[in-house]
Design a binder for this molecule. Structure first.
Ligand SMILES: [Ca+2]
Length: 271
């Protein structure tokens, strides 16, 4: 993990059929063409953030704030007035702010997702007196068995997968990384990842505007999209990234220890 990128923040909420967005009732979601072409057109997960799906008070909780890599975040996670959008704010200091679609080291929650099309509509804004170029907001996938701390091999080592659907990294740069992690018994985690993962994008994602970030995850190959336009693709040889089911994570961090904000309109998974 270059700089041990710890992505973090994510929120979601399941709602079948019609969903409410900030502007009112919306149509039932349609899968994007690239998902349909790959055979992923069944909506397996959908959080429109129409209601609170991330606090302990939520009756249908879909997101938690911790997993075994991280202590509880120090930032703020809140619904925006009017509903429909969740905002994640970090003061800029570790452990930042994140939401994970899984309880921590607990009884398995729902299904993990092995292959499919993963997408989130998000925007990235600076916090008070901060520079949005420092935003390290992200939408990513993390190994469900790793979150459950259940990836020990016979020799005591651990292996797990991480796929970053979208990770902000300065203006005009979109970080798209697939990580194959290996931790020798008693040792430090070692990261193997796609060598070319910083993409110059024509439409700056760190500009306060909404964008849809998507990932097509198929056996042996992953392809990233922004606003349904392909950004890059990578054919990998990481067995762990073809075998471990994943769960979505939303996060916001800062590259410069200043306040940063990420907002999420929705998260969807098509299978
Ligand atoms: Ca929404």
């Amino acid at each position: 993990m270059p700089g041990m990128r710890i992505n973090i923040l994510r929120i979601v909420m399941m709602s079948a059929g019609l969903s409410v967005c900030g502007q009112g009732l919306a149509q039932a979601p349609e899968p994007p063409p690239q998902a349909v072409a790959a055979g992923f057109q069944t909506l397996a997960f959908n959080d429109e953030f129409s209601v609170d799906s991330f606090t302990s008070a939520a009756t249908t909780r879909l997101w938690w704030e911790s997993f075994h890599f991280f202590p509880p975040p120090v930032g703020i996670i809140e619904m925006l007035p009017g509903g429909g959008v969740v905002r994640l704010t970090t003061p800029g200091t570790s452990p930042h702010t994140h939401l994970v679609n899984h309880p921590v080291n607990d009884a398995p929650y729902g299904d993990g997702y092995l292959f499919g099309y993963f997408e989130a509509r998000m925007r990235f804004l600076p916090g008070t007196n901060a520079d949005v170029a420092n935003s390290w907001g992200a939408f990513w996938l993390f190994s469900k068995p790793a979150i459950e701390n259940n990836v020990s091999n016979a020799d005591g080592s651990k292996t797990w997968c991480e796929i970053d659907v979208a990770e902000m990294y300065r203006h005009g740069l979109l970080n798209t990384t697939i990580h194959s992690w290996h931790q020798p018994s008693g040792g430090t985690p070692q990261d193997t990842f796609n060598p070319v993962h910083l993409n110059v994008v024509s439409g700056d994602p760190i500009d306060g505007n909404w964008h849809t970030f998507g990932l097509l995850w198929q056996p042996g190959v992953v392809t990233w999209y922004m606003d349904d336009v392909q950004v890059t693709t990578y054919t990998h040889s990481y067995p762990v990234c073809d075998t471990q089911p994943m769960t979505p994570v939303l996060s916001v961090q800062s590259l410069a220890e200043d306040p940063q904000t990420a907002e999420v309109d929705w998260v969807r998974i098509w299978k």
